[in-house]
Design a protein. Structure first.
Length: 177
């Protein structure tokens, strides 16, 4: 006997709706990733995509739900060596949020941190490693920390450490709002 869906059928949770294709695609953030040996490496340093689609041998698309925080690194080289280092920490948005247009990120994202050049990218990677050493997922870090880190790098000031106490305060504040 076939069961007929009723009007009381519950709404699917966002991740399940995404996996079954029953969500509004405009609410998702699509991030282009690529790898061509010795030329370009465009990859995620952290962030948990809801889905990853493989386009071909070199390209993939990572799909994020609104509110997800992720980090994308771009490394490029030519015949003479490295020509570009770029790191961006972004937060996926809804269509109603204010977002920046970023190449390779559709429809856009809230840019929390953007650094260029090898020394500054390595400085941020050191901070990310320190956060992971505390047992904290970098995607769960307070967005204000990433903005502060970018401002400190731009002003050439010492970089602030992200502590377990700061993370606890961020989580408590988020629960209150």
């Amino acid at each position: 006997m076939n069961a007929q869906p009723s009007a009381a059928t519950p709404v699917l949770p966002p991740l399940l709706a995404l996996m079954t294709g029953q969500t509004d695609a405009a609410q998702l953030t699509r991030v282009s990733l690529a790898y061509v040996e010795q030329r370009i490496k465009l990859y995620l340093r952290f962030g948990e995509p809801a889905r990853t689609d493989r386009l071909d041998h070199w390209r993939r698309i990572a799909v994020f739900l609104p509110g997800d925080v992720f980090c994308r690194i771009r490394w490029q080289a030519n015949d003479y060596g490295t020509i570009r280092w770029q790191l961006m920490v972004m937060q996926a948005c809804t269509s109603l949020d204010v977002a920046q247009r970023i190449p390779g990120v559709q429809p856009g994202a809230r840019l929390l941190l953007h650094v260029e050049s090898e020394p500054t990218v390595h400085a941020v990677l050191t901070q990310i490693d320190a956060i992971e050493a505390l047992g904290i997922a970098p995607g769960a870090v307070a967005p204000a920390y990433w903005r502060t880190l970018g401002n400190r790098l731009a002003a050439r000031l010492p970089l602030p450490a992200y502590t377990a106490e700061r993370h606890t305060a961020w989580l408590a504040g988020r629960r209150l709002s």
